[in-house]
Design a protein around this ligand. Structure first.
Ligand code: AMO
Length: 429
């Protein structure tokens, strides 16, 4: 019976494994194979003097990256990976790999990002690359666990929609019978509507589509958003949930991803909570002090400003109290100063990870705010209706899964954190 390679120890007597041929070294009388599955790597040594002729025959033409089944006695050997090797009495090629390979899994030759993504299935065979997705898996597991434990209800909302969520123009139109439709850029309106439905605490982890034209190392055209919405809560309540969830993600990765982290050569510190909070006005002051620009109240914080503030803060932090003018219509203005809203961004020193707010729950104010952004309330009727029939106060946020993984693992390009990235130039594989 096949066992995972990780479970073969120096004390194992006999093992049957199935995996991919990672490396072949032929030293004349001895042939060494490294066989890999998702749990690890093991050495298989064929001695031409000792092995059965059927084994020597099978071993002769085995190409790298073929899938093979190997069964044989195990012995402890210091120099081999994991301190053990198999001397096979059976080798079977289950699925042969052609050559040349589209990519070098052993990474003697580093490949360009484009070449890697073109052969992503093979790229992800590299232990250093699969490690990213094992970490991403642990991060997503921690997030669902955290939210389920706290009574959040998991929802799924439509990705084919009739109107923009954020009011921007970054939408992908799609052909939908005789109607105009778009791919949704955020579950924002739907998660808010579920507050009117009385669900109280909801979350959704799903795709968001943004028709951003620029190709950058931190934008995707299809990203994964982790969204929550909570009734009877304000911006401070959901900021607390957000910092706790980030810490829980880092803790779970530290606790369960020892091997992937070792492959990546990284050991991320669990960030301390609570995260520092600075207001937008304070962030401006830091940016203007550290960069040669004159950023005015009401300007967006550009990349240079974000970097300057991140350098000064040096850890995760929140920027709160944003100008109402540059946040979406659904952000709640402060009663004492409506120029400022109860909106926040969660920042990693390198970039924004999440944004959120306490929302406007009063119908009339919401209509005014939609108009003030130059949008038409008529096109939001399906969204506005619940606000006329008992909408509780509520707050929420959206957190980018890829940016979370990218910053945690110090990856240079967001494409590293997604299996099949979608960008300006790529819709395959
Ligand atoms: P926002 O537009 O700031 O907010 O998006 C939230 C988070 O999603 C991630 N993200 C992206 N990641 C990669 N590529 C992109 N093109 C991209 N766009 C967004 C980021 C970002 O911080 N409705 C609000 C959330 C809310 O208020 O609940 C929203 O969508 O990490």
């Amino acid at each position: 019976m096949r066992i995972p390679i990780r479970d073969v120890t120096p004390n194992t007597v006999y093992a049957e494994i199935i995996g991919w041929v990672h490396e072949v070294r032929d030293l004349g009388g001895l042939t060494f194979f490294l066989i890999r599955d998702r749990t690890g790597i093991i050495q298989v040594t064929v001695s031409k003097k000792k092995a059965a002729s059927s084994v020597i025959e099978a071993a002769r033409d085995i190409s790298r990256e073929s899938v093979v089944r190997v069964a044989g006695g195990v012995r402890a050997i210091d120099k081999a990976p994991g301190g053990r090797e198999i001397s096979p009495d059976e080798i079977e090629v289950i699925s042969e790999a052609g050559s040349p390979l589209p990519l070098d899994v052993v990474e003697k030759v580093p490949a360009e990002m484009d070449t890697r993504i073109d052969a992503r299935f093979m790229d992800v065979r590299k232990p250093r690359v699969s490690a990213i997705f094992f970490v991403r898996n642990a991060a997503m597991h921690a997030i669902s666990d955290f939210l389920f434990t706290r009574g959040f209800i998991n929802i799924t909302t439509p990705k084919i929609v009739a109107a923009a969520t954020e009011g921007g123009t970054e939408l992908f139109p799609i052909a939908y019978f005789e109607k105009e439709a778009f791919l949704n850029q955020s579950p924002q309106l739907y998660k808010q509507m579920m507050m009117a439905a009385g669900f109280e605490k909801v979350f959704e982890i799903g795709p968001i589509f943004r028709a951003e034209e620029h190709n950058t190392t931190r934008h995707l055209n299809e990203a994964t958003s982790i969204d929550i919405e909570v009734s009877f809560a304000d911006h401070n309540d959901v900021m607390e949930i957000l910092e706790e969830i980030i810490a829980a993600v880092y803790r779970n990765v530290a606790d369960t991803c020892g091997e992937p982290l070792a492959h990546l050569g990284i050991d991320p510190d669990v960030p301390k909570t609570p995260f520092p909070r600075i207001t937008y006005a304070e962030a401006l002051e830091i940016a203007n002090r550290r960069v040669e620009e004159d950023i005015r109240f009401g300007d967006d914080l550009g990349t240079a400003a974000e970097k300057a503030i991140g350098d000064e803060m040096g850890e995760h932090y929140f920027i709160t109290d944003w100008p109402t003018a540059i946040k979406p219509y659904y952000a709640m203005p402060y009663e004492h100063d409506p120029e400022i809203s109860k909106a926040f961004d969660l920042m990693h020193p390198r970039m924004e990870l999440a944004s959120g707010a306490q929302r406007v729950h009063q119908h009339n104010l919401l209509v005014r705010q939609i108009r003030s952004k130059g949008l038409s309330p008529e096109s939001f009727e399906f969204y506005l209706k619940p606000f006329r029939y008992g909408m509780p106060p509520h707050a929420g946020w959206g957190l980018g899964a890829e940016r979370l993984v990218m910053t945690m693992l110090d990856l240079g390009n967001i494409r590293e954190a997604v299996l099949f990235p979608r960008d300006r130039h790529r819709i395959t594989p």
